[in-house]
Design a binder for this molecule. Structure first.
Ligand code: URA
Length: 249
């Protein structure tokens, strides 16, 4: 792929702007300055086993045909492209990622922290958010009232939320102290954890998503930081068999 096309595909502006950056000597590829916009580089296949490394105006980048990212979402950010009361999580990403159309995979509430995936691959977003695929999500919940055995039993058995007569149940519910529990859900309804806890007579005071599928938020990723998902990370998101099979074990 020509260098101009590489930059264009990675969100560095119009073809003309990408060309201008290259001609101005602002781009290096694999450690060497390249000021020829038409210079071809292998971006995948056997000639390029690792993502192509390049820099633009001194900032290091990797070529990715599609962007798959994880972000440690802090509180105080909305998972929306048009936020209403708080900044968008997209403001935590560098401009080229926003420019290439990266979007949150599902939503976390403004006050929820933890693992948020983002991508510019519409099929991936659909697959990860579709109720048919039931990717389990684990939430660490701090509650206002003590968590009782009756509450955890009800969360596992299923509770009815006001917008749907079909009960929703947790795949797993592990008490974590008097006012804490870890809840694993396979559906992603609006405010689902908060509404489920309210339905059993409790109240969420803190909510943190720690895991999606087998992919855990790494302890090394500080709040507000993002990183690319590696092929191993993506493999961890694949649910082998329907989650309902796990639930029935
Ligand atoms: N459930 C909620 O209530 N809020 C979230 O942010 C995620 C799940």
């Amino acid at each position: 792929m020509k260098l101009e096309q590489i930059l264009f595909s990675q969100g560095f502006g119009t073809r003309r702007a990408c060309r201008a950056l290259i001609l101005a000597g602002e781009v290096t590829v694999a450690g060497a300055l390249c000021d020829d916009p038409d210079m071809p580089f292998a971006v995948d296949g056997p000639a390029c086993p690792k993502p192509l490394a390049f820099t633009v105006e001194g900032v290091a980048w990797q070529y990715h045909a599609r962007a798959y990212l994880m972000l440690h979402k802090p509180a105080g950010y909305e998972c929306s492209q048009k936020p209403r009361h708080h900044p968008s999580v997209l403001s935590l990403l560098p401009a080229p990622l926003r420019e290439r159309g990266v979007q949150p995979v599902g939503r976390l509430d403004e006050d929820t922290t933890g693992l948020l995936l983002l991508s510019d691959d519409g099929q991936f977003i659909h697959r990860m958010t579709s109720p048919r695929h039931e990717v389990p999500k684990r939430y660490e919940v701090v509650t206002a009232e003590p968590v009782t055995a009756g509450q955890t039993a009800a969360l596992l058995a299923g509770v009815v939320l006001e917008d749907d007569p079909a009960p929703v149940r947790a795949l797993a519910c592990e008490p974590g102290g008097s006012h804490a529990l870890a809840l694993t859900l396979t559906s992603g309804k609006y405010h689902q954890v908060k509404r489920m806890l309210a339905a059993v007579g409790n109240h969420v005071v803190r909510l943190h998503r720690s895991r999606m599928g087998a992919l855990a938020l790494p302890a090394t990723l500080a709040e507000g930081q993002w990183r690319w998902l590696e092929p191993d990370d993506l493999a961890q998101l694949v649910v082998v068999g329907p989650a309902s099979a796990l639930r029935d074990q």
